[in-house]
Design a protein around this ligand. Sequence first.
Ligand code: ATP
Ligand code: MG
Length: 705
Amino acid sequence: MYACTVAGPFLQSAPMSAVVTRPDSFAQLNPQQRDAVEHGVAEPDGRPLLVIAGAGSGKTMTLAHRVARLVIAGADPQRVLLLTFSRRAAQEMVRRVGRTLHQALGLPGATRAPTLPWAGTFHGIGARLLREYAAAIGLPERFTILDRADAEDLMNLARQEGGWAAARSRFPQKGTCLAIYSRVVNSQRSLPEVLRDAFPWCEGWAAELNTLFAAYTAAKQQQHSLDYDDLLQYWAAMMEEPALAAHIAARFDHVLVDEYQDTNRLQAAVLHALKPDGRGLTVVGDDAQSIYGFRAAEVRNILDFPHQFGQPARVVPLERNYRSTQPLLDASNAVIALAPERHAKQLWTDRTAAARPRLVAVADEGEQARCVADRVLALREEGFKLRSQAVLFRTSHHSAALELELTRRQIPFVKFGGLKFLESAHVKDVLCVLRWAENPRSRIAGFRVAQLVAGVGPAHARKLLDALEQAADPAAALLAWPMPPAAQQDWSGFVALYAQLQQAGSWPGDLDWVMRWYEPVLQRLHDDAPARQADLQQLARIAAGHASRERFITELTLDPPDASSDEAGPPHLDEDYLVLSTLHSAKGQEWAAVQILNVVDGCIPSEMSTRDSAQIDEERRLLYVGMTRAKQHLDLLVPQRFYVTDQVKHGDRHVYASLSRFIPEDLAQRYFERVTPLADAAAPAAPLALGQRFDIGMRLKGRWA
Ligand code: ATP
Ligand code: MG
């Protein structure tokens, strides 16, 4: 992803500022977008730039054009830092910039426009900088990045070692502990404050949690491991050291951030340290789409931005929406207008259309799944490819019934934001072998891998890991470790592999070695080995796209391919498939037709998020984000009842549901069309012709004749 710039011969021979540009690639920009794109380009203007505007107004497009414009005007693409909220978004942005440059510079077809080596997420860029500066900050260069599950496991170990797991009254679970820790780090608030505001039921454990987090931090350092939050935390800490901060800041002339409304305090701190006077800083976002408060995102970052620098920022609003038809926009505007606190911005569009968004009443989740699939196919008949359609939902498991229905009808789909491919045991096994090879001190990887060897149990694995922790050269200690006889035969096979991986191997050759060793393990541990083998082949394909073992492990951990390998099979890029996504993962994207599942109270807003008005407002914005993804068709599905499982008090049961509180009756009447597919289908059956007889008995007997 961070491949170095490849400038074509044309670019190498002429400075870009001297290139005669073809301005028509910028011609489609409206005057406000052009203002933002041109800010400080022709005439120096040191003010930071803020583009704050509603959904679909071209913020992301404007940002991409601004990058292209800066490069055309002579900015060095190597010195442009572009921060997005997902790797997918970064890749899309790099493509857009490349296309625009290509057009504007009139490059011949085969010439590659300069790419942007520093485009990525805050976490991804942080990881890269930390590797570069590792020596300067006392980090081993080959540190391991823990994914959430690994971090939870490590937290759990610390929790058990502290003896709290066995406490008489219930100590928070490992996931909760990690969530609290993460919230403290990212919000930069104190533990008592975070407990009071977000985890009040854990307030009684403040002192123990503090000790636990100290132990967790020590364990990470001991094992040369960083969790996701560390990537920001270490980066921010580097920026507090004046010499380091100056060195890093001097590398970037321009820093641009998309979706700024969802950054947290730590990210804002990094940004301010990179551009203390705001010169060369551009951020874009929409406060009405801030949906990550539950992970410590701070909407004040964007609201306060205009006045946080020596000179006030230049603020450019965008008011025209290019995405949705007017009836869809009216409905979305009406939903967000009910939010108590927001920056008033009314979007307009010239995309007129008669069709209003639809509220589709269905009996239950089963019928919802059938209706959604029917609608998808009907729209496909009208010419909307599956890829131009999406089904969105509040929580990953809301799509379970639909996934079954789609599989049954052989409608291919990919799911974003669901169970990650990397969370499956076999994929994790293979990755942990690579991680343990990369960092022999990683207890999490080692604990998992050692137990894959037949005859090695948890007690022995722990003994081995303790020894490695003490050893000056842990890899050598591992190779020399005396295994008990029962495990010796399989262990020697593993040792041979480990020795191989310690050599300067080839990539993805290393993965082949691991796969060869792992195949019999897979057969031994899993009945459904062939199905799992397919995932591993997929992993091998992904591996081939990465430059080295370290890059592969890092990037996969940071931004896992989140398409689950569903039964419909992982689609190839040129195939047509429907998109299933959580509302959170749908951010920034758009489709011709969007259906949103379970638009009922309890799901949107989620019953988990109705504790205070701030949470409820975030849920409202989430619905707004979902609705504003649609260009032409928008359906909100409203099951009349749904099944609730794991209810501590009442057991599993059906509950009756009502339309989400975010769409009150008057709004529903005014902006939506109401549809009841069941009623449409329930035309009365024609009466049987009198006197007609059906001899069923004969037919049944006939089957065996
Ligand atoms: P979101 O808030 O959802 O992230 P956004 O403000 O970033 O949306 P974009 O995704 O950049 O909006 O643009 C929305 C759509 O409008 C895209 O299809 C984009 O190509 C199109 N668009 C933006 N500006 C123009 C324009 N000036 N002319 C034509 N189409 C445009
Ligand atoms: Mg956008």
